[in-house]
Design a protein around this ligand. Structure first.
Ligand SMILES: NC(=O)c1ccc[n+]([C@@H]2O[C@H](COP(=O)([O-])OP(=O)(O)OC[C@H]3O[C@@H](n4cnc5c(N)ncnc54)[C@H](OP(=O)(O)O)[C@@H]3O)[C@@H](O)[C@H]2O)c1
Length: 297
């Protein structure tokens, strides 16, 4: 019998890539979930196993987890992730889930930045649950250039000055997640996988974008204080606690406490047996998407 996998966040940019890969490979059975009933109905009408699951409503967890062997946990950018992951892990214990794969962040164990620390706290909680665990540690998504700080007027913004970040292609990270969910706890229990393929600062990324897109792209290098001012202006819908922490990441990268964010730790080949995607290759793959986004902003 195939193992059954529940992927939390499968309407999002990471989760949707993971379920696509699981569906292609057909090694495990997939259960979809969403907090939107219309989405659940749509999946059901396509013949998929789909359930209603709201991370803020633990009473939805029992039915969603019944019969699940492996659980992929992804949460968003609010402090609610602490309660969400705690209650979902408790429910997984009750439902007899045998393996949890957690989608975390790229940080040293003694990191003092808030959002990253929340991820580390829930990882500790998952470990204490007794369920076999695997932690994934992606660094800065290349897709941020499409979804978070898109290129506008041939320019994109980075708020950590000239510091380098370790970039990772979401497709690589999703391939790692899918492989771990397919191979399960026997192979991956107690393992942490680090996903940081190439270290580049904004100017270096802009140079590659310029060469591959065939037009001059520049990085508007801003300081952490400018990100703070943006959040304080009220023009974003970022949660206040997360916003404070996001500014802190930029400060800690600049003052040296989190310079490790600009380092490479690339476990993609070890888990998948295939190479990871360089930033240049990623730009080539996403060229039309990047060019479309250039003209639509
Ligand atoms: N951006 C980066 O560079 C980076 C780097 C490393 C790690 N990360 C981590 O990546 C995670 C975000 O991943 P992502 O970008 O794939 O997220 P995303 O695209 O924003 O998707 C979030 C998913 O979570 C679902 N969701 C949110 N609240 C929910 C709730 N109450 N109940 C059920 N589902 C809920 C959303 O469903 P709906 O469709 O209903 O909204 C969506 O499917 C964060 O934990 C972040 O720390 C990000």
């Amino acid at each position: 019998m195939k193992a059954k996998v529940l992927v939390v966040g499968c309407t999002g940019q990471t989760g949707s890539l993971i379920v696509d890969k699981l569906e292609q490979n057909k090694i495990v059975d997939v259960r979809y979930c969403s907090r939107r009933q219309d989405q659940v109905e749509k999946w059901k009408s396509e013949g998929k196993d789909a359930v209603y699951l709201d991370l803020d409503e633990p009473r939805t967890f029992g039915i969603a987890l019944a019969g699940i062997d492996r659980l992929f946990i992804l949460t968003g950018y609010t402090v609610d992730m602490l309660l969400q992951t705690k209650t979902l892990t408790d429910a997984a214990v009750k439902a007899g889930v045998s393996h949890i794969v957690h989608w975390g962040i790229f940080a040293n164990w003694d990191c003092t930045e808030g959002h990253f620390a929340w991820h580390q706290l829930v990882e500790t909680y998952i470990k204490a649950s007794g369920i076999a665990w695997t932690n994934l540690h992606p660094n800065y998504f290349m897709e941020n250039l499409i979804n978070v700080t898109p290129i506008v007027d041939n320019q994109f913004v980075m708020f950590s000055g000239k510091a380098r970040w370790g970039w990772t292609a979401l497709d690589d990270a999703a391939r790692v997640a899918a492989k771990v969910l397919e191979e399960g706890e026997k192979k991956h229990s107690g393992k942490s996988y680090w996903l940081s393929t190439e270290a580049l600062n904004g100017d270096e990324a802009a140079e590659i974008l310029t060469e591959e897109l065939g037009r001059k792209i520049t990085c508007d290098t801003k300081e952490p204080e400018e990100l703070e001012a943006l959040f304080n202006s009220g023009s974003t819908d970022v949660e206040i606690t997360y916003a404070r922490n996001a500014v802190d990441i930029m400060r800690q990268i600049q003052d040296g406490r989190m310079t490790y964010m600009g380092t490479i730790r690339d476990d993609v080949p070890y888990v998948t047996g295939t190479p990871s995607t360089s930033f240049r290759e990623w730009v080539k793959i996403h060229k039309s998407e990047l060019l479309n986004s250039l003209t639509s902003h």
